[in-house]
Design a protein around this ligand. Structure first.
Ligand code: KG4
Ligand code: ZN
Length: 336
């Protein structure tokens, strides 16, 4: 079969990224331009600034990506773009850019759901083995998903309140760490000891998650101790928080593995970059004798390579988008 090259675009939050992906798995060229330093000055992503920066940078990111590639834009087979979920103004920049390229170069357009993109980050330099269990942990998601084939998503459980990444970011803020919080909590926890006795989530037998109680406990604890003039052992608190969260994530993964016969376990989303989660999930995979796939660090956080990987099954099924494609700030993976 002829090789398929997809030019993919991601601009759902604060990264402008493009990639050329061969057959959904080989990364031919890849560029990520992050706006992180700009948004760090404000303690979080400012949507208006994000979309303006995407507009300023997107052409440069295309030029850079094409420069790294032996493939010319005329030779690609399709243009793929993240259309949902994310910041509307940011998504709009990528979607309009993709439509323009598809129209000018007469290429089919493929609309990709960002969360599905995170899952397919595991298809990069890897063949997914079905049925598989996916733990999706990002700024907006905490989901356990069963996949029996490509684009077949059965959501076993989700967060009932805050996403795990959101919790990391809030805890980081109360500890006075800079945006983005998750990686900084992860780093700080390395220096700490698990000395805080934090409330453990209720040991229920559903596949759902709830971390808002833990988050509120930490916020209250920091405020109360500060008001009393007591010192917070930040690295210890980061460590205790990280252990509590990861223990709960791995407990639910174990439960799902006990009840479902899967060949592969994958983790996806920004929080899959977390060192402690990566270590602990390895132990779970070994215990249950399932193949484990964890994306390389650069494919854990937002990037276009994963969008190209997720677009490939849609290309094979000829599921192309119309030119009236509009971005959506919210979409579940079963809407695709
Ligand atoms: O997947 P992602 O880039 O964006 C969404 O699609 O939501 O995830 C971003 C989230 C942020 O909450 C960030 O703090 C968290 O992933 N994150 C981490 C780590 N790296 C990123 N959380 C914990 N440990 C990390 N190393
Ligand atoms: Zn993401």
């Amino acid at each position: 079969m002829k090789d398929v090259y997809i030019l993919s675009i991601e601009s759902s939050c604060d990264e402008t990224s493009m990639a050329i992906v061969k057959n959904g798995t080989d990364i031919v060229a890849f560029t990520v331009l992050t706006q992180m330093d700009t948004h760090a000055n404000f303690g979080g992503v400012v949507p208006e600034i994000a979309s303006r920066m995407h507009t300023e940078n997107i052409t440069m990111v295309l030029e850079e990506t094409l420069k790294k590639s032996s493939i010319k834009i005329e030779e690609v087979d399709a243009i793929a773009v993240t259309y949902a979920p994310g910041l509307l103004g940011s998504l709009l920049v990528g979607v309009e850019f993709a439509k323009t390229l598809a129209l000018v170069y007469k290429k089919p357009l493929i609309a990709v759901n960002h969360t599905i993109g995170h899952i397919y980050a595991n298809a990069i330099e890897n063949t997914l083995e079905f049925p598989l269990l996916a733990l999706v942990v990002s700024g907006g998601h905490t989901d356990l998903i069963l996949m029996k084939k490509d684009y077949d998503f059965e959501i076993l459980g989700s967060t009932l309140d805050d996403a795990v990444g959101e919790c990391y970011d809030k805890v980081a803020r109360v500890l006075g760490l800079k945006y983005p919080g998750g990686p900084n909590v992860d780093k700080l926890a390395l220096e700490g000891n698990d000395t805080y006795n934090l409330p453990k989530p209720v040991k229920d037998t559903t596949y759902n998650f709830s971390f808002s109680g833990l988050k509120s406990h930490i916020i209250n604890l920091v405020h109360n101790e500060t008001q009393r003039g007591n010192e917070i052992r930040k690295s210890d608190l980061a460590k205790s928080f990280q252990i509590t969260v990861v223990d709960e994530l791995t407990r639910k993964v174990e439960l799902a593995l006990q009840n479902n016969n899967v060949k592969e376990l994958i983790i996806a989303g920004g929080v899959s970059a977390n060192r402690y989660l990566r270590e602990e999930i390895k132990k779970v995979a070994e215990k249950y004798h399932v193949h484990l796939s964890i994306p390389k660090m650069e494919y854990c956080t937002d990037n276009a390579a994963m969008i190209g990987a997720a677009a490939y099954p849609l290309y094979k099924q000829k599921k192309f988008a119309d030119f009236d494609l509009n971005p959506k700030s919210q979409a579940t993976i079963v809407d695709q």
